[in-house]
Ligand binder design. Sequence first.
Ligand code: ADP
Ligand code: MG
Length: 376
Amino acid sequence: MTQNKILLPGSKLGVMGAGQLARMFALEAITSGYEVHVFSPERNSPAFGVGAKETVAEYENREKLLSFLKNINALTFEFENIPEAALSVIEEFSGKSSLNVFPSPNCIRIAQNRWKEKNAFRNAGIPTVNFYPVFTEEDKNTVASKVQYPCILKTNTMGYDGKGQIKCKTKEELISALSSLKELNHIVEEFFSFTSEASVILARFENGKILNFRPSENIHKNHILDLTFHPGNFSDEIQDRLVFYATKLAETIDYIGVFGIEFFIKDDQILCNEFAPRPHNSGHFSQNSGGLSQFDLQLKTLCNLPAPEKITSNPVTMKNILGEDYKPDSPLWNRALSDPEYRLHLYGKSEARPGRKMGHWNYSGPNPQTAFQDWE
Ligand code: ADP
Ligand code: MG
């Protein structure tokens, strides 16, 4: 067996993307003595100004990307919507060098494409909603008579926070939504009337070792995550199956690194919705749950560092702060800030646009169910 490469403090870790996930990873890695280099097409990104070295260039800028890659010892991702042109440069470069790229570009390709992602679930024996392609004119003309209603028309790529989704209650609504499409490359999914949503944060090391947090329960508002309760209030049997499916996916696609995987639950039925090949918003509770955080795990898997046998975590409730909820110096915030059980995490974004993720609160006191009641 080949010895996995251990990257010690002082090593240079690259991140594709420089949003809040890269920022929180960078803060963790820099605290542990690593150098972090972020690559982003946007100026003033959240990961800038926290001690990471910055490259500002388009992802497709081959020259800039190659010089970025030459200067680092390992590469990870903070989000999946990296253009194929960049993924193939990364793949080609890592093939020729000893650069660790975790997760692999192939795992990113699966996660950035709903069609590939849902087929990966099927191939791994993980139940998911019924889904149909809208890739050709023929698909477009026939899908409305195949699918059961209600259904959701979704962009196949580049979707996040519910963007690019149209819910259709009837065949007529779907036909009308399809006729308004400017391009093909969509899928139609059957709507599943779940009673709860869950997620599992999992880390898989190069040697195959897997660590996971207990499943969390998530509440979305307008398709954007609002609250995460950790651990979720699920039976042992449901928890075991959620972890089983997460593990199955990681092993089937040979995933190395941290991912968040989302599920719909109704009674004893579980359907997998999607996974994100990186730390996940529903894993932010781990920053204040008393043990390793998902960003610690991202660092450990990337650098092959020693890890415990099991992950332990205390209960935490996480609440997202969107632009419209960003209220520094309000009575609400001041009350929470005066209570050490509420921890504030902000992403350094200056413009608080509605729907924009500005930060989150983690509550780790005795009232996890009611900690954010009446906060609107
Ligand atoms: P995104 O990539 O934007 O996060 P998701 O597929 O996770 O897209 O959809 C966002 C949310 O919309 C889900 O968390 C869920 O609440 C709801 N949703 C999406 N697809 C379905 C579905 N097939 N049935 C029921 N609810 C759904
Ligand atoms: Mg989602």
